[in-house]
Ligand binder design. Structure first.
Ligand SMILES: [Zn+2]
Length: 457
């Protein structure tokens, strides 16, 4: 269920643009992030996610990895300690405290799991690491590449977004694929925005409804990573491409990338929340937040819930909390109608996303390979990359062919998609399969590295 492994903040479609069009430092940073991801994936096997039990941590503790990839790293600041003087540590401290405060004071929830477990946070992770993730047990933040991305601890909503993936893991457990995956993403954005608005003391009308504002360095042409108010308008930059999010069912994107476009179609429920909150007015973390929290944690939605099921559940929550004919229930109903959810029957998009995970055959390695293509999607900000290799002429071709012949393709069946994780689409001649990083056998990781590395260098 949910995110049993680490969760990446940056979506792959954005990383692809960076690797293809960015300056050399960006490409190096992106590649470094992918390599670290590979190492982490293997380390996960040795280090099963365990609930953090830090003696004396209070509600949470912030560590520094000191620019290594060792987790959790060195404890620097415990809950209640004075500022450390390290800006990254102190930003993470403030963001964690604010997120815990909102869930406790507004929704009565103790910590990520609702049982008061101490939250573990690590900053200064890796070198020029352009991502943030939740690994099922703790939050982790990179310092950014210093070219396009600043530190991932800077925007408070980046921290709250990953924290909320944990809350979802321990409540509705929304399956991270297709519409249920887009709902998982959206819920993280919703509560991230609520934390940000509550810290600023803003009403729904005054809030900017941006996610990840402040993560780009000043010369980047973008306000943030996403806009809940106007999905698809957050950035338009030569290095990053154009924000691909959509804000209505009429624009719903059918894709097998990014676990079925979870970071793209999440704009639809994001906008429904924005419309609900602005129609109700006042503080978004009050009635609108209460309705969404009740839906997420109340047990009325299945892990496979699609947009329509979630919309129905929010209307039921609003009716139960405020009355069937209340302004709150009317606002929720109207919001979903505006974004086109529940207006007309559609085929089951979530089901089509599930089918996309099946690898296409065990005979891939039976005949000589001529071409291998790799595409990397998923992740928080939608970074993605792709490259192809002519196996017969490329110097690394023989190594790739040998690796492909050693892969046990049956091991690629039945994986579970995870929030913000990278997904690799590998095409070997006419065969195509999608594999998330957490399910990649070492041989396939090496193939991906050789094919994508060829493009980057
Ligand atoms: Zn996410």
């Amino acid at each position: 269920m949910g995110c049993a492994d680490r969760c990446h903040f940056i979506p792959p479609y954005l990383l692809r643009h960076l690797a293809a069009a960015g300056p050399a430092q960006v490409s190096a940073g992106s590649r470094s992030t992918l390599l670290v991801d590979d190492v982490l994936r293997e380390r996960r096997l040795e280090r099963p996610p365990v609930r953090t039990a830090v003696a004396g941590a209070g509600r949470f503790v912030v560590h520094s990895a000191d620019n290594t990839e060792d987790l959790p790293g060195r404890p620097v600041r415990f809950d209640g300690d004075a500022p450390s003087g390290d800006e990254r540590v102190d930003d993470a401290y403030g963001g964690t405290a604010a997120t815990l405060d909102m869930f406790e004071e507004v929704f009565g929830r103790a910590s990520v799991d609702g049982a008061g477990s101490a939250v573990s946070v690590t900053v200064h992770y890796g070198t020029a690491y352009v991502n943030a993730f939740w690994d099922g047990a703790q939050l982790v933040f990179g310092d950014g590449d210093g070219v396009v991305f600043g530190p991932f601890t800077r925007p408070i909503d980046v921290l709250a977004h990953e924290f909320t993936h944990g809350v979802t893991q321990f409540s509705a457990g929304l399956t991270y694929r297709g519409q249920s995956g887009a709902l998982n993403e959206s819920v993280s954005d919703v509560f991230a925005s609520l934390v940000k608005q509550r810290v600023a003391g803003e009403t729904a009308d005054a809030a900017d409804w941006l996610i990840g504002a402040g993560i780009f360095l000043p010369h980047v042409q973008g306000r943030a990573l996403r806009s809940m108010k106007e999905p698809g308008t957050a950035y338009d930059d030569p290095r990053l491409g154009t924000d691909p999010q959509v804000g209505s069912m009429a624009a719903y994107v059918e894709t097998t990338d990014d676990n079925g476009g979870v970071h793209i179609n999440s704009g639809i429920p994001n906008r429904a929340f924005h419309l609900t909150a602005t129609a109700i007015g006042g503080h978004s973390w009050e009635a609108p937040g209460r309705i969404w929290y009740d839906t997420l944690t109340g047990g009325q939605i299945q892990p496979s819930a699609n947009f329509e099921a979630f919309a129905t559940a929010t209307i039921q929550s609003a009716s139960r909390l405020y009355g069937a004919g209340s302004a709150e229930a009317d606002a929720v109903r109207a919001a979903w109608s505006t974004v086109g959810v529940g207006r007309a029957p559609r085929r089951d998009l979530a089901a089509s996303g599930v089918a996309a995970s099946e690898p296409s055959g065990a005979s891939v390695s039976a005949s000589p390979v001529s071409r291998v293509s790799v595409r990397c999607t998923g992740g928080f900000a939608g970074l993605s990359r792709s490259a192809s290799m002519d196996v017969r002429s490329d110097p690394a071709g023989p190594a790739v062919a040998a690796l492909l012949s050693r892969i046990d393709y049956t091991s690629l069946i039945g994986w579970t998609p995870m929030p913000d994780r990278l997904v690799y689409t590998v095409e070997v001649d006419d065969e195509r399969f999608d594999v998330p990083e957490q399910a990649m056998p070492p041989e396939l990781s090496e193939v991906v590295r050789l094919v994508l590395g060829d493009q980057i260098d």
